[in-house]
Design a binder for this molecule. Structure first.
Ligand code: NAD
Length: 283
């Protein structure tokens, strides 16, 4: 039976540290501020934004929410970002993705000043991560690394397989595992013999976005299985990319969905916002 890696417990520990440091910072007159922009009515995005606002309150941060109508123009959105870039009360800026189709995500990401890019999506921050000399780490992959650290799972020399190559999860995930000396393989929709490649993994990370995609035959006995996927089933329930019932008996460690990687993503966002506030105040 696998040990469950509890994202709720680990994220609570990270958030407690952030809250304690924030309390100290506030004594110096600095309140970390996070601005979250949401455009349109996507229900999943609304839930994510509400969770981020709630976490800001728990941390003692100032949170600024900008809920813009779906018909917002590119110019209007970029104007808002530029205004927030200049606002000293705002240390982190996040634009919830995906945006409505008429809006260009890349130009929004590129307009956020790198110092306030707490998602670490700006090309300058992505480049810094590649080099290994960074200010912020992308929230979801960094959350996964925090889970591994908390459970004392050593990445050094391990076979790591990441399924998915998105800029948000798969690619930076692979890079962070590489920084910790993992031997990393990235799989994607064109990978041949996916099951065979996955079976090599000591640490298997699934970031595909397809319910129950990872089955027992893809998992080596004793592997650490990290499920990043968040999929909504027809019955309304959330489930990951891993077929939990099948895979859990084979794994040594496994993350559940919900209550696994998801809470870690928000905890890292809080950590990044605190880092941004400190850096912008030369601390
Ligand atoms: P994405 O759609 O951008 O990328 C999916 C990746 O899966 C692609 O790179 C694609 O090549 C790969 N893929 C698709 N079909 C495949 C196949 N048949 N075989 C192998 N690879 C295949 O998605 P994303 O933004 O990287 O997100 C992935 C999942 O993680 C989604 O379910 C998303 O909701 C979830 N997610 C969770 C969190 C969190 O906090 N837990 C954060 C971000 C994303």
């Amino acid at each position: 039976m696998a040990k469950l890696i509890d994202g709720k417990v680990i994220s609570a520990a990270v958030k407690a540290e952030v809250a304690a440091e924030t309390e100290e910072l506030k004594k110096q007159g600095i309140t970390p501020g996070l601005a979250v922009i949401i455009v349109g009515e996507d229900p999943a995005s609304k839930v994510y934004v509400a969770n981020k606002e709630k976490a800001c309150q728990q941390m003692g941060f100032a949170s600024f929410k900008y809920a813009l109508p779906a018909e917002t123009t590119q110019e209007e959105l970029l104007e808002l970002v530029k205004k927030l870039n200049e606002d000293p009360a705002v240390h982190g800026i996040l634009c919830q993705l995906p945006l409505p189709r008429h809006l260009d995500e890349e130009s929004v990401i590129n307009t956020i000043v790198p110092e306030k890019d707490v998602d670490a999506f700006h090309p300058q921050n992505v480049g810094k991560i590649m080099i290994g000399n960074y200010d912020f780490l992308p929230c979801t992959p960094a959350g996964v690394m925090e889970m591994l650290k908390y459970e004392n799972i050593d990445v050094n020399g391990k076979e790591c397989v990441v399924i998915g190559r998105s800029n948000i999860v798969g690619k930076p995930m692979a890079m962070l595992l590489l920084h910790k000396n993992g031997t990393v393989t990235i799989c994607h929709s064109r990978t041949k013999d996916l099951a065979e490649v996955c079976r090599r993994a000591d640490i298997l990370v699934a970031a595909v976005g397809r319910a129950n995609f990872v089955t027992a035959d893809m998992v080596k006995e004793g592997a650490v299985v990290i499920d990043v996927g968040i999929n909504r089933l027809e019955n309304g329930k959330l489930c990951g990319d891993v077929n939990f019932a099948e895979v859990e008996p084979k794994a040594s460690y496994i993350t559940p969905v919900p209550g696994g990687v998801g809470p870690m993503t928000i905890a890292t966002l809080m950590k990044n916002t605190l880092t941004a506030a400190k850096k912008q105040n030369n601390l």
